[in-house]
Design a protein around this ligand. Structure first.
Ligand SMILES: Nc1nc2c(ncn2[C@@H]2O[C@H](COP(=O)(O)OP(=O)(O)OP(=O)(O)O)[C@@H](O)[C@H]2O)c(=O)[nH]1
Ligand SMILES: [Mg+2]
Length: 459
């Protein structure tokens, strides 16, 4: 890994043009570096915006721009080090020249995520919060931003911290019992250990309870539209997106490949997939599309099965209903503006009783629109879920908390069987180390590399 002692510099604002662009410098030599490239401001007062000019380090060239420089002395800064932010005009060439000037003056170009890595290494934030910075920057829906911001504010850190404190306390008492057996006195008797292990397990379960939804908010999900040819899949796709993205024609087999678009559905980024109509075909291109449609089902969080009420139900419909039975699904009965050729009783028995809406995608009725949205929302919100933002959303965290949960379950089992304290201790310590990996109290270098390399430069 690169040195964490250098003074680093990078453009902190997005690439592209803007009213202002910010160059950030962090490290012990930040003051010296910036002092060499600023003109007209001999001293920057802490947290005070100062107007100055910026020039190359050797001072031979003319000034590059008029800027506003602000100094944030460590340890109270973002990185915990001395930080200086230079706000210049937001022109990429100019910002690069300022970075070059800072490099000539002794700074090093920052690696991706390096500012936040330093904040983590200097104890300004834990790993959960550092990851939340990346999530917040990447957020595309307001709910994603909120979940990330909650984590940045420390909600998950706090929840894990509480569990960790209790674990520590229990471990300490158990260790004392092991270390002083001759006292004839147990610092923690079996029933207390059992009760405490159970309480810890319950708390961990509570954390995991909404993790599924949390992941869906953070990573989004795929919803695949399936149906036999010509039932109105592409019409539905377009309707949900509110654009005419997919080609709709009266010819069956119009859609031949997968079409995907992302839409914000109640804060969840949903990748909607339109597919080729599923049926038996001799046409090589079309059958490849059908095969893809079947495969898309494999990664889908949910499916929308479209049925056409103006044509008799066929074997293809029955087959489709059968092979989607294992996935969360809704049924859209389309073309109700035309005479009905079948009714609800003609459908094969559907054990999961999927929500069903009847619509006409040719006409433009608000009632259809509302019905579709309600059904989709129900599908994505997972039944009795309350609307609180879940604490766990990151797959890395979920994996570790699950590992901690398993260790706690083993500890509880051992306590119930009044197993020797050493055995219970080993499981409790496993649980603790998993929790500490979430917050970064205990983390291998390669995990850090992996996490921070996902950032962009300047963050
Ligand atoms: N009358 C009527 N026609 C509809 C309705 N919805 C779609 N259609 C028509 O049905 C035909 C097929 O619609 P698409 O949306 O292309 O159907 P698809 O399932 O994507 O078809 P493929 O891509 O060929 O599998 C078009 O002519 C649509 O205008 C509806 O509610 N009522
Ligand atoms: Mg289509």
């Amino acid at each position: 890994m690169f040195s964490t002692r250098d003074t680093i510099v990078a453009i902190a604002t997005p690439s592209g043009r803007g009213g202002i662009g910010v160059v950030r410098v962090s490290g012990a030599a930040a003051g010296q570096v910036v002092g060499r490239i600023l003109q007209g401001a001999t001293k920057l007062e802490p947290r005070r915006a100062t107007l100055a000019s910026v020039a190359s380090a050797n001072g031979v060239s003319a000034a590059l721009d008029r800027v506003v420089a602000t100094s944030f002395p460590g340890p109270g800064s973002y990185t915990g080090e001395d930080v200086i932010e230079i706000s210049a005009h937001g022109t990429p060439v100019l910002l690069h020249q300022i970075v070059d000037a800072a490099v000539d003056a002794g700074a090093r170009q920052a690696e991706p995520g390096e500012f936040t890595l330093r904040a983590f290494l200097n104890g300004r934030m834990d790993l959960v919060q550092a990851e939340a910075v990346a999530d917040l920057i990447e957020a595309v829906t307001p709910l994603q931003a909120r979940v990330a911001f909650d984590q940045l504010e420390g909600t998950l850190t706090k929840a894990i911290g509480e569990i960790d404190d209790q674990l520590f306390d229990l471990i300490a008492r158990l260790e004392a019992s092991v270390d002083f057996p001759e006292e004839g006195y147990h610092f923690a008797d079996a029933s207390t250990v059992e009760a405490e292990a159970r309480a810890l397990l319950d708390k961990t379960d509570a954390l995991l309870l909404h993790a599924g939804r949390g992941r869906m908010i953070r990573e989004g999900c795929q919803v695949v539209i399936l149906g036999k040819p010509n039932v109105g899949k592409s019409s539905l796709f377009n309707r949900l997106l509110g654009t005419t993205r997919a080609i709709v024609t009266a010819v069956p087999g119009t859609t031949r490949d997968l079409l995907t678009e992302v839409l914000d559905f109640d804060g969840i980024p949903v990748t909607l997939v339109d597919t080729a109509g599923i049926h038996v075909t001799e046409d090589a291109v079309e059958s490849a599309g059908v095969e893809r449609a079947r495969r898309a089902l494999g990664v889908a969080a949910a499916v929308i099965v479209v049925l056409d009420r103006s044509r008799p139900l066929s074997d293809e419909d029955a087959e489709l209903l059968e092979f989607t039975a294992e996935t969360d699904r809704v049924i859209v009965v389309n073309k109700i503006d035309l005479p009905a050729r079948w009714g609800a009783d003609d459908l094969p028995p559907l054990p999961d009783a999927p929500p069903t809406v009847s619509v006409s995608l040719r006409r433009d009725a608000d009632t259809d629109q509302v019905a579709l949205r309600t059904v989709m929302a129900g599908l994505l919100a997972q039944r009795d879920e309350h609307r609180e933002a879940p604490a766990l959303s990151n797959q890395r965290h979920v994996r570790l908390v699950k590992r901690a949960r398993e260790a706690l379950a083993r500890a509880l089992e051992a306590a119930q069987a009044t197993a020797p304290e050493e055995l219970i201790l080993a499981d409790l310590q496993d649980a603790r180390s998993a929790f500490e990996e979430v917050t970064g109290k205990r983390t291998a270098d390669d995990v850090l590399n992996e996490i921070f390399s996902r950032f962009c430069i300047g963050k």
